[in-house]
Ligand binder design. Structure first.
Ligand code: SF4
Ligand code: SF4
Length: 319
């Protein structure tokens, strides 16, 4: 059987998804048995013009990690889409926007102001910002255009499959490899994870307890057997797709939502807000206000990984 042609790309992300592919350890040999890697900028010296020279649809599968936040990433997403039969949004940033999409609470102007002027380590009295085109010593240089809004991969090009996780766990990666090797891919549009919520695969004791106080994870040492949410720690399990093996819960840390919303849920943040409100055991208005205040950084808590794919998508900035 001819080997599959596989491409991997890293857009707006931290690089952890690429490292996760290497985390399969000796199983990388299984991948090498079934696939030839034809493009993987982090690991091999391919150039964009190598991809441009390929025939359309000549790449069998592209694992695209990272969100789309600038013009270079958008260009390469379109190029790889044209050259690939199957496009996989690989990891939470490609699937939902991920951590880079927290930038959607701001815009390019405010982000640049913070990064290049206000940050304490800056000394930029000339107020120099990155330019998309500049001529230096007679040489023309270009930088990608930084967009106001971070997008998911599927908001830019059609995507066949979604593999969530920050990063995707090794067993999910191997599931994808197995499906490719045996040509047993699920229906187009599938999310390769559980259809149920994380709470469904979490074996902590749930007692339907209500709460009167919110704690941040460093403020208490939670009982390792009882539901974290019922101990007052915001755990996004009710609003998050299962499939990770509850890996954070197993080390006594709450779920932060990296697998995105479960099947049938459109907005992960709204779902979690509703789950949290339903277990508040306070009636008095002042007490309710206190508990609301106890949620530090609500936007970052409820939309940590899913801002681009949420109903909000971005904050509306005042003009
Ligand atoms: S809220 Fe968190 S700790 Fe509680 S059952 Fe769900 S996943 Fe487990
Ligand atoms: S427990 Fe939640 S944050 Fe942790 S890996 Fe699983 S889905 Fe991601």
């Amino acid at each position: 059987m001819a080997k599959l042609k596989l491409a991997l790309y890293w857009a707006a992300s931290c690089g952890g998804c690429d490292v996760a592919v290497l985390d399969v350890n000796e199983k990388i040999l299984d991948i090498a048995n079934i696939a030839d890697i034809v493009f993987w900028p982090i690991a091999m010296d391919f150039k964009y013009h190598d991809v441009e020279a390929m025939k359309d649809d000549s790449i069998d599968v592209c694992l695209f990690n990272g969100a789309v936040r600038n013009s270079e990433q958008e260009k390469i997403a379109n190029l790889l889409r044209k050259k690939s039969k199957v496009m996989v949004a690989f990891g939470s940033c490609a699937c939902f926007g991920g951590i880079p999409a927290l930038g959607n609470f701001w815009d390019r102007t405010t982000i640049f102001e913070r990064a290049y002027i206000e940050a304490p380590s800056n000394d930029n009295q000339a107020r120099t910002f990155p330019q998309t085109e500049i001529k230096l010593d007679g040489v023309e240089l270009e930088l990608p255009q930084f967009y106001d809004t971070v997008s998911t991969l599927a908001q830019v090009v059609p995507v066949e499959y979604f593999v969530p996780g920050c990063p995707p766990p090794v067993d999910l990666i191997l599931k994808v490899v197995d499906a490719l090797a045996t040509s047993q891919l699920p229906p187009i549009g599938s999310v390769i994870a559980s259809e149920k919520s994380l709470c469904d695969e979490c074996d902590r004791v749930k007692e339907d307890k209500k709460i009167t106080k919110i704690y941040r994870p460093h403020e208490i040492i939670p009982d390792p057997k009882r539901c974290l949410l019922e101990q007052g720690i915001i755990c996004l399990g009710p609003a998050t797709r299962g499939g990770c093996g509850a890996r954070c819960i197993k080390v006594n840390m709450p779920c932060r939502g990296c697998f995105g919303p479960p099947a049938g849920v459109v907005d992960q943040g709204a779902k979690m807000l509703s789950a949290l409100a339903s277990i508040y055991d306070v009636d008095d208005e002042r007490e309710i206000a206190r508990m609301v205040e106890e949620v530090v950084d609500p936007a970052g808590t409820f939309y940590r990984f899913g801002m681009s794919s949420s109903l909000l998508k971005r904050r509306r900035m005042q003009t």
